[in-house]
Design a protein around this ligand. Sequence first.
Ligand code: A8S
Length: 167
Amino acid sequence: MEIWRHHKHEARENQCTSALVKHIKAPLPLVWSLLRRFDEPQQYKPFVSGCVLQQAHVSIGSVREVNVKSGLPATTSTERLEQLDDDRHILAVKILGGDHRLRNYSSVVTAHPEVVEGAPGTVVIESFLVDVPDGNTKDETSYFVRAFISFNLSSLATVSERMAVQP
Ligand code: A8S
C-alpha cells in the first residue's frame, strides 16, 4: 500500500499544507489504540488539559471541545471527527472553531506497521491543511502547526514505547 495516499491535500492560494512522519518502537495495535481515542486526546497530546465529547459515544460527525493548557495562544478548540477507519488506521479531524487562529484546519493521521531491529514498530504520518491567517506567511503558519504536531507525535512515541515495554 502507498502510505502517502491519504495525505495529498489540495491547498488553495491562501492555505498551507505539510506532513510529519514519526517512527515509533511499539506495535501498531498499541499506537492505534491511543490515536483512535477521539474522546481522549489528552492520553498523549501534551498541551491538552481536557476534552468533552458533545455526544454520548464517538461516531463519525462527533464533536469534541478540547481545552488546552495555559500559556498557549488559545484556550479551547471545537473539533469534529471526519473519519475513523480501524482497518486501514486512518483518523481525520476538522477544526470547527475556538479562540485560536487556525481556520479551516483539517488533519489526517495514518499508522502503518514496520519492523525495527526485528521488533514490531509503527510509522505514523500526520498531515494538515489550514488557512494562512491574515498577517502571517505560509512558512510561519507551517512552522507553528508543525511545532505542535511534532510535540504530539514525540509524546505519542514516548507513551507508546513505555506501554510496549511494561504491558
Ligand atoms: C493537534 C494539532 C494542533 C493543535 C493546536 C495544531 C492547538 O490545540 C494548540 C494551540 C493553538 O493555538 C491551536 O492535533 C489549537 O492537536 C495546542 C488550540 C488548535
